[in-house]
Design a protein around this ligand. Structure first.
Ligand SMILES: Nc1nc2c(ncn2[C@@H]2O[C@H](COP(=O)(O)OP(=O)(O)OP(=O)(O)O)[C@@H](O)[C@H]2O)c(=O)[nH]1
Ligand SMILES: [Mg+2]
Length: 192
């Protein structure tokens, strides 16, 4: 499977203007600043398709990108950025949960991204159980592996795996070096 075309379609903030046209959706979720937007860019091979930033809280909307004219990649805002107000954090949390459960769109796959150096946090656990309840095929991706020292790589990966259920899918990744890009694309598009 090769990604040949990618275009931004729209961003939504409310909970009543969902894009639902029968095309399959692949959603990218995770805490703020873990690299969701960068990871999407790395997969499609376009540097600035999804806006990324070193300032956490960059993505505030649910953004839809059309891939190969037939699948949507959905970039969700990040949860848990301490500097945004509690009200805003709660709004983002509700938006993510709404998208995943009540919006009428059941994403075909979810890529749950964590920062390899940070590991799995409370919100990730909450998301994982929600995704399991909804029966959504999910993979946990530990991004920013290029920032992890070789000597602790193994330990970090084992620690993350310990926190996941036995049948959970997991992949170390780097949006910078494209580590495991092919394997992630394979997961996303298998049995489509
Ligand atoms: N070294 C390294 N840096 C990365 C990687 N992925 C993302 N970054 C950096 O991490 C920062 C955050 O990346 P974003 O892609 O904006 O993260 P996000 O999860 O979309 O953030 P929000 O939209 O705020 O939730 C940026 O400075 C990126 O350049 C990676 O694999 N390796
Ligand atoms: Mg983002």
């Amino acid at each position: 499977m090769k990604i040949k075309t990618a275009e931004f379609i729209k961003g939504i903030t409310g909970t009543n203007e969902i894009l639902e046209d029968g095309k399959k959706q692949v959603a990218f979720v995770g805490r703020s600043n873990v690299g969701k937007s960068s990871l999407i860019n790395s997969l499609v091979g376009v540097k600035d398709l999804a806006r990324s930033s070193s300032t956490p809280g960059r993505t505030q909307e649910i953004n839809f990108f059309l891939i190969n004219n037939r699948t949507y990649f959905v970039d969700l805002p990040g949860y848990g950025f301490a500097k945004t107000s509690k009200r805003k954090r709660e709004k983002i949390r509700k938006m993510i949960i709404w998208y995943l459960t009540y919006s009428g769109v059941k994403p075909h796959r979810v890529i749950l991204i964590i920062d390899a150096r940070v590991g799995i946090k409370e919100f990730d656990i909450e998301m994982l159980s929600l995704l399991q309840e909804e029966n959504i095929k999910t993979i946990v991706v530990a991004n920013k592996m290029d920032k992890v020292k070789k000597s602790v790589e193994h330990k970090i990966i084992e620690k993350i795996k310990d926190q996941l259920s036995d049948n959970a899918k997991f992949l170390p990744y780097s949006a910078k070096t494209f580590l495991n890009k092919d394997r992630l694309i394979e997961f996303i598009f298998s049995n489509f």
